[in-house]
Ligand binder design. Structure first.
Ligand code: NAD
Ligand code: UDP
Length: 339
């Protein structure tokens, strides 16, 4: 079976994907600099998988460190989760975002080319669609100018992959556009553990649920949506992880550029999320209506038909499971991995 290098494998989506890969029979090497994760994740993965997963501490911007991994292991493919992802922070630190994300991905691709490893899967995002003209979004919906440096790094890396694939047609480039990943592994041992006050809805709900934050601020209830709050396509991280395995099986050693939306195809509002989370907790989650957040897209959800047709993959877990698993993770780890 193939050996897959997973930069960013200690992070939220990466750690869940490592489980899916190992369960599907792949050999995995995790590569991470812990800039947004903790070594505890590796112990938790060992508990879940019953074995140690090879790990290298390093930075994807450091060519020598990546070359050392390729010297040590025969790597067949790379799934790159390593990146900075806070939209607001990226506005304040654009150069750091281009350096970490774009320069990091470029360095990885350079080493891959040097070692004749031609299978690259990239964590892209529905953010590349900007404010959609219409929903649901298909893979051929227009890519729009990003409204943050973070979003622009996703577009830049997508283009870089496409351009390299023209120059080096042996590459299989898989660009996976995630919608809104939430939930956690059913064990409650791994999950999302953002630093500081969360920017995203689900981790914020989790911290309100365990009393770390007093209430949720719902950013705007006067949008042109059924209940006035914004609509997103929330997808369980375990389903998302399985999407990577499906993409790997389908695209490994199939040269070309393969682009897939990974979403459920269902849009839920912020108030739908509050309701589902209250159900998971067994009591009402406190919230207040607050002003709109600048730059928010009104509605964003996927047409997931292409992934179903070509990869044979579709999301299985519903909103109640997403809320229950997120809550279970936070309840068991009120302070995240710091316990
Ligand atoms: P995360 O921060 O939990 O995981 C990223 C991991 O990469 C962390 O473990 C971090 O330490 C590591 N990392 C960052 N820069 C690195 C570097 N230079 N060298 C080595 N390791 C580095 O984030 P996540 O939510 O798991 O997201 C993974 C990827 O998916 C990111 O690229 C993100 O932009 C993308 N994505 C995430 C979402 C989301 O909502 N979570 C949505 C769309 C796309
Ligand atoms: N949201 C909110 N309060 C929060 C965080 C988010 O009302 O504290 C809303 C946000 O305005 C958006 C939705 O929840 O409509 C999803 O936001 P998130 O940042 O999780 O995802 P993104 O907007 O990047 O898709």
């Amino acid at each position: 079976m193939a050996t897959i290098l997973v930069p960013g494998g200690a992070g939220f989506i990466g750690s869940h994907t490592v489980i899916a890969l190992v369960n599907a029979g792949y050999d995995v090497v995790i590569f991470d600099n812990f800039s947004n994760s903790k070594p505890t994740v590796l112990e938790r993965l060992k508990k879940i998988l019953g074995k140690n997963i090879p790990f290298v501490c390093g930075d994807i911007r450091n060519r020598e460190q990546i070359e050392n991994v390729f010297e040590q292991y025969k790597i067949d493919g790379v799934i790159n989760f390593a990146g900075l992802k806070a939209v607001g922070e990226s506005v304040k630190k654009p150069l750091e975002y281009y350096d970490n994300n774009v320069h990091g991905a470029r360095t990885l691709l350079q080493v891959m080319r040097e070692y004749q490893c031609h299978n690259f899967i990239f964590s892209s995002s529905a953010t590349v669609y900007g404010e959609p003209d219409s929903v649901p979004l298909t893979e051929s919906s227009p890519v729009k100018r990003a409204n943050s440096p973070y979003g622009q790094t996703k577009i830049d890396i997508e283009y870089m992959c496409q351009e390299l694939q023209i120059a080096a047609p042996e590459f299989s480039m898989v660009l996976l556009r995630y919608f809104n990943p939430v939930g956690a592994h059913e064990s409650g041992l791994i999950g999302e553990d953002p630093k500081g006050i969360p920017n995203n809805l689900m981790p914020y709900l989790c911290q309100v649920a365990v009393g770390r934050l007093p209430h949720l601020n719902v950013f705007g209830n006067d949008y042109p949506t059924p209940d006035g709050t914004c609509v997103r396509d929330y997808i369980h991280v375990v389903d998302l992880a399985e999407g990577h395995v499906a993409a790997l099986k389908h695209c490994l050693n199939v040269p070309g550029v393969h682009i897939y939306n990974l979403g459920t195809g269902i849009g839920y509002s912020v108030l739908d999320m509050v309701k589902a989370f209250s159900k998971a907790m067994g009591r009402e989650l406190p919230y207040k209506i607050a002003p709109r957040r600048a730059g928010d897209v009104v509605q964003c959800y996927a047409d997931p038909a292409l992934a179903k047709k070509e990869l044979g993959w579709s999301a299985k877990k519903n909103l109640d499971q997403m809320a229950a698993d997120s809550y279970n993770w936070q309840k068991n780890n009120p302070n995240g991995y710091d316990d």
